[in-house]
Ligand binder design. Structure first.
Ligand SMILES: Cc1cc2nc3c(=O)[nH]c(=O)nc-3n(C[C@H](O)[C@H](O)[C@H](O)COP(=O)(O)OP(=O)(O)OC[C@H]3O[C@@H](n4cnc5c(N)ncnc54)[C@H](O)[C@@H]3O)c2cc1C
Length: 382
């Protein structure tokens, strides 16, 4: 009987486990999670804050598939050390687990912020269910929140807080919001949508101190608040090991999700993968990509040699009933102008932009409020 051990039960780990089981009914499949909950979808956390998703919605489906698929799920257990020389992992409880194949799906952790705080108000990130619970307990109708960071998690968080009646200040260091996800033109449309709802957007700024419930920014702006949620991006989690597993800002894997060490695979937010649209290997920290990497890794772990040909990053989300879908390459950098060109059209709140390479291949698009055919364009890029 094969022994598979999976570290982390996010989308990468759980998809890996389910795929292994669907090909091997007898294998012993153990998933270890340092969280004390059934597996859940991280993307739904803001809906939990907003009271659109309760614990039943978050947990029930995954909990029953763990049982149905006979997966050995160890929760509230941390893998403290990987020992590839002995084919085993050491857990926080002192247990040692032996494996034939190991998958690292340890995800990522929020980057730290460096402002001073007297802890007079809640200061947290939003990555885990425990964070979501803290945020939900801390804020109610009429309270004031400062959200720092211009990414998608911050945006989803502030929309959730707004929806439960919280007054929101959004502090963003970069000159425009979602700068990693969309281009400047689309960003302007979104900024308009957000500020027209009464959310105060403060760009080019950062928090320097929290004292006596006052949040101070570097531009001398001061906000009396009930809590701060910081979203300044994530860093891949790395687990100590007795043999060096190649890691450079993320586990390095080949097209089969194998790390530099035999029988050890990695995927999801803790690994770097090939991004087809940008033609480079980097971290693509997205939910569907984590699942795909778990699926491909599992196939290779059971020796169904399956080569990964690259991901096309895509995001779809809705902000106050405005639909946004962005996929592949979303902007042309200054040093790329001869190699790519773009076509865009804008009418009121509707925006469409396509990016092509010089051979007229579609490389990316951003659609706001007219998402017709987005799926076909996505597959064209793929
Ligand atoms: C609020 C929020 C909203 C999001 N919205 C979107 C969205 O709309 N679209 C999208 O594409 N992406 C979204 N994301 C990102 C998406 O959730 C991640 O890309 C995805 O969850 C990554 O999956 P993963 O399995 O690689 O890692 P994770 O989901 O981070 O899971 C890794 C798990 O491993 C555990 N772990 C780590 N180290 C150890 C250890 N040593 N021992 C045991 N367990 C360990 C972690 O605690 C965690 O439970 C969102 C993220 C957040 C936080």
């Amino acid at each position: 009987m094969k022994r598979y051990v999976i570290i982390g039960c996010g989308n990468a780990g759980l998809t890996c486990a389910k795929t292994l089981r669907s090909h091997d009914l007898d294998a012993q499949i153990t998933i270890i999670s340092d969280e004390d909950y059934p597996p859940y979808c991280r993307c739904l956390l803001t809906y939990y804050i907003e009271n659109k998703a309760d614990e039943k919605i978050l947990f029930e489906k995954n909990e029953s598939s763990i049982k149905r698929m006979n997966l050995n799920y160890l929760r509230n257990e941390k893998v403290e050390f990987i020992e590839p020389k002995k084919n085993r992992v050491r857990l926080s409880s002192g247990k040692k687990l032996y494996y034939d194949k190991l998958f690292i799906g340890a995800g990522a952790s929020p980057k730290k912020s460096f402002f001073k705080s007297d802890n007079s108000i809640l200061t947290t990130n939003l990555r885990k269910f425990d964070d979501a619970k803290k945020i939900k307990d801390n804020f109610s109708k009429g309270s004031v929140a400062v959200v720092e960071g211009g990414g998608l998690v911050s945006l989803k968080t502030l929309v959730a807080l707004y929806e439960i009646g919280v007054k929101v200040f959004w502090v963003v260091g970069s000159p425009y919001i979602l700068s990693f996800l969309i281009d400047r033109d689309s960003s302007k449309i979104l900024e308009h949508i957000i500020t027209s709802h009464g959310i105060k957007l403060i760009k080019g700024a950062r928090i320097v101190e929290i004292k006596n419930k006052i949040v101070k920014l570097n531009n001398e702006y001061e906000i009396k608040a009930d809590g701060v949620i910081v979203g300044k991006g994530v860093a891949a989690n790395k687990i100590p090991s007795d043999t060096y597993i190649e890691f450079d800002d993320g586990y390095l894997v080949n097209d089969f999700f194998e790390t530099s060490i035999e029988n050890v695979y990695a995927g999801g937010d803790c690994a770097k993968i090939f991004d087809k649209a940008h033609n480079k290997i980097w971290k693509v920290a997205l939910w569907p990509v984590a699942g795909t990497s778990g699926l491909f890794a599992a196939k290779n772990m059971i020796n169904l040699k399956t080569k990964f040909k690259g991901a096309v990053p895509a995001n779809s989300f809705s902000v106050f009933d405005n639909d946004i879908i962005a996929a592949g390459k979303k902007k042309i950098e200054k040093n790329e102008t001869g190699n790519f060109y773009e076509y865009s059209e804008k009418k009121n709140n509707v925006f469409k932009k396509f990016i092509f390479d010089k051979n007229n291949n579609l490389k990316g698009f951003v659609f706001i409020n007219d998402i017709f055919n987005a799926g076909s364009y996505y597959y064209k890029i793929k």
